[in-house]
Design a protein around this ligand. Sequence first.
Ligand SMILES: [Fe+2]
Length: 219
Amino acid sequence: MSNDFKNLDMTMMFAIHDALRRELERIARITSRVDEDPRHVLSTALGWELFKKFLTIHHTSEDLTVWPVMQEALAGRPAELELLDAMEAEHAIIEPLLADIDAALADRDSGQERLGGLVDALYTGLNHHLAHEESDALALMDLTLSQEQWAEFSNEQRGRVGADSVRYLPWLLDDAAAERSADILGKMPEPLRNAYENEWRVAYEGLDIWVPKDLSAAR
Ligand SMILES: [Fe+2]
């Protein structure tokens, strides 16, 4: 799919979106479990923290370095500007949902009742946004942004991940098809690729990101 674009390399964009979708599935599955309190899993396993962190980094980077740059370039073109407004509006509903879910996780009394509806809203809202961005906005990005502007976005995102790339890269590639992993790793500098293959991947697997912390400590 990333080959449909003429100008920009969208490999990472699709990898991030797929990682977010993968985690949404896991979060929805955990929330629908009846044998264990989902609040316990979501509030003690590392997976929920990583999901929030990497989702927020991705959206913030787009909000800072993609939509405003495109808005400037596309001034006077109402249909295109409307799409960019929709991208921003779709982002804006996600962050309050994350906070509401955290509030429900911390609420011992009625949190459990609210959690299902909130996770449903997150699942639907984020899946819809990712699909909308892929079907409409990525093609417009490809037509509008220069290589330099696209690099700004990558740099912003990379800078925000910072030292957490130790967890980010294996999180991104967790469950990815072999072809996708090879493609992404092939574009990385050799020391980074070696660090991933020799250390980061194994360390990440050891984190068992969706195992509640008290259980993983007892193993
Ligand atoms: Fe995106």
